[in-house]
Ligand binder design. Structure first.
Ligand SMILES: *Cc1c(COP(=O)(O)O)cnc(C)c1O
Length: 389
């Protein structure tokens, strides 16, 4: 059975993924099981998507209630979950309007369109260049690949979308120089580069970028696809930095396991996109919106304090391990520089019943935000035992 599924996966699924040799069949909380009944402690949460783990009762209830009522309507009509979610997001962030899509890449596409429309409406057709950072990751569409500041993503698929400049992260002079170009309409930043290796942007650098952008009326756009929705110990990571962004994109953990992306606009950008300028058939789908509503509603001060406490605990435990170089990140988005090869650690963890991720040369942890302390402890013990080997 298992072998047949794996073989047919290779036969019928496009070759775009290198999969681990693991067939997951069910999960509950921060635990998952494979087809042979072997149990895993999951410290990856489907790449920061399963905010409250697998099959969380409250989330399942919210989603299935909506599923039985109205699964989809299209954006030709009003639906309530989408409105409630947008209102809640605005109330909790101080942003003023929301656009819903279905993924991180689409959220960034919307942010990019907003930036270009803002710049060209106000300053003429040449104002369309967006600055992003080296080692960033913004998605897999042609335009978000162009935005992504990693050459490895720029080898095929030409011609790419024009109008992106990549600046060195944590280098304010480089940013200042890039912003001298009068064609620049926006800067798009991940505050913690996720796929790019868990690099945390320096608070002084970020404040400097924000001040320069404000002075030049360049939009400050934060890609919170991975850092958002409680992951870093604040509802959105920009709150850890005391920023007031003009545009925020998010996805991954937003709907707790259902595909949903969102773009939040502040007072400056709330009216940039008008009727017909953008859209999505599935965007704001009632089932995904009901799931997201239950997730965002539960990300309160107590939960966020728990995320920070657990993150600090992991850090404290691992930082003193002799086989660990450093631990970077915030909250429950952590990158561990290990003396052992990160991919080997990840593969060994799988054998020992622990799911972890990598980010460049680091082991990456993104557990469910409500992972119980004893499971976290158990997971860390497995990880430490691998580092000891
Ligand atoms: C995952 C990710 C994306 C892309 O999201 P998809 O849902 O895969 O399109 C974009 N930006 C960041 C920072 C991400 O981590």
């Amino acid at each position: 059975m298992t072998e047949r599924i794996k073989q047919e996966d290779r036969q019928y699924i496009a070759n775009t993924y290198g999969r681990f040799d693991l067939l997951l069949t069910r999960g509950k909380g921060a635990k998952a099981w494979d087809d042979a009944g072997k149990e895993y402690i999951d410290m990856g949460a489907g790449i920061a998507v399963n905010t409250f783990g697998y099959g969380d009762d409250e989330w399942v209830r919210a989603v299935t209630d909506q599923l039985g009522r109205l699964q989809h309507a299209s954006n030709l009509y009003y639906t309530e979950p989408q409105v409630l979610l947008a209102k809640l997001l605005c109330e909790k962030t101080g942003m003023e309007k929301v656009f819903f899509g279905n993924s991180g890449a689409e959220a960034n596409e919307c942010a990019i369109k907003t930036a270009r429309k803002y710049g060209t409406d106000k300053y003429g057709p040449e104002r369309n260049v967006i600055i992003t950072l080296k080692d960033s990751f913004h998605g897999r569409t042609i335009t978000t690949l162009a935005a992504t500041g990693q050459d490895a993503f720029h080898t095929h698929f030409t011609p790419f979308t024009e109008g992106f400049v990549h600046a060195a992260p944590n280098d304010l002079a480089a940013m200042e120089e890039a912003m001298e170009n009068p064609r620049v309409c926006a800067v798009l930043l991940e505050l913690i580069q996720g796929e790019g290796g868990l690099r945390v942007l320096d608070p002084d650098y970020v404040k400097g970028v924000a001040a320069l952008a404000k002075e030049k009326d360049i939009l400050l756009m934060i890609d919170e696809v991975q850092t958002g929705n409680g992951r870093t110990g604040a509802l959105y990571c920009y709150m850890n930095y005391g920023l007031e962004p003009d545009v925020v994109s998010t996805a991954k953990g937003l709907a707790g396991g259902l595909p949903m992306g969102a773009v939040l606009f502040n007072g400056k950008t709330r009216a940039t996109l008008g009727a017909g300028d953008h859209g999505s058939t599935f965007g704001g789908n009632p089932v995904c919106a009901a799931g997201a509503l239950s997730v965002i509603d539960r990300i309160d001060d107590a939960l966020l304090a728990g995320v920070r406490r657990k993150g600090a605990y992991i850090r404290e435990k691992l930082e003193k391990h002799p086989a660990v170089g450093s631990v970077s990140g915030m909250g429950l988005m952590l990158g561990i520089q290990t003396k052992k090869d990160a991919k080997a650690v990840c593969a060994r963890a799988l054998e020992k019943g622990l799911l972890v991720l990598t980010a460049k040369d680091k082991v990456r942890l993104l557990p469910a935000l409500n992972i119980p302390d004893p499971l976290l402890e158990e997971g860390l013990e497995i990880l430490q035992s691998i580092l000891d080997e």
